[in-house]
Design a protein around this ligand. Structure first.
Ligand SMILES: [Zn+2]
Length: 147
């Protein structure tokens, strides 16, 4: 897992591949007020976690990201969906749609995607909660009484 502090370093490296520690430090949001030694500590943690590659040119170390930013974000989304019962995932998507910044073309693309998914979607999604940890079944009853 990448911490929030490490994420700030990764964002700079993603935007500027083959960057040295001093330049990372210069590119940091000034409100952070991190010292160069803090930056170097975070870099060494990211190297240990195999998130950054090192290349030595002369006396300077240059860093590149070993991970794709999108892959990490998709992994985070996967891990959030793993926390939610199959029967509640559509609600989560409705929430994501509400909070997302989309233009008309984005919305049309999502509508097309949904129309394609509808062709093969099952009529019923089964609960996959662990026994004794299920919160979705009482909610399903509420939904039924509303219909
Ligand atoms: Zn469930």
């Amino acid at each position: 897992m990448i911490t929030q502090a490490e994420w700030k370093i990764m964002e700079i490296v993603w935007a500027n591949p083959r960057i040295d520690a001093l330049t990372i430090h210069k590119n940091l949001d000034t409100s952070l007020k991190w010292s160069i030694s803090t930056v170097k500590t975070l870099i060494s943690r990211l190297v240990k976690k195999n998130c950054l590659n090192i290349e030595k040119i002369g006396k300077t170390f240059f860093y590149s990201a070993n991970l794709n930013k999108d892959d990490i974000i998709y992994q985070k989304i996967d891990s959030i969906f793993d926390l939610v019962c199959n029967t509640k995932q559509a609600e989560l998507i409705r929430y994501i749609l509400e909070i997302s910044k989309m233009n008309k073309s984005d919305i049309r693309n999502i509508i097309t995607k949904l129309q394609n998914l509808e062709l093969t979607a099952p009529d019923i999604i089964k609960c996959n909660c662990n026994k004794g940890q299920c919160l979705c079944k009482p909610l399903m009853k509420n939904n039924e009484s509303n219909n």
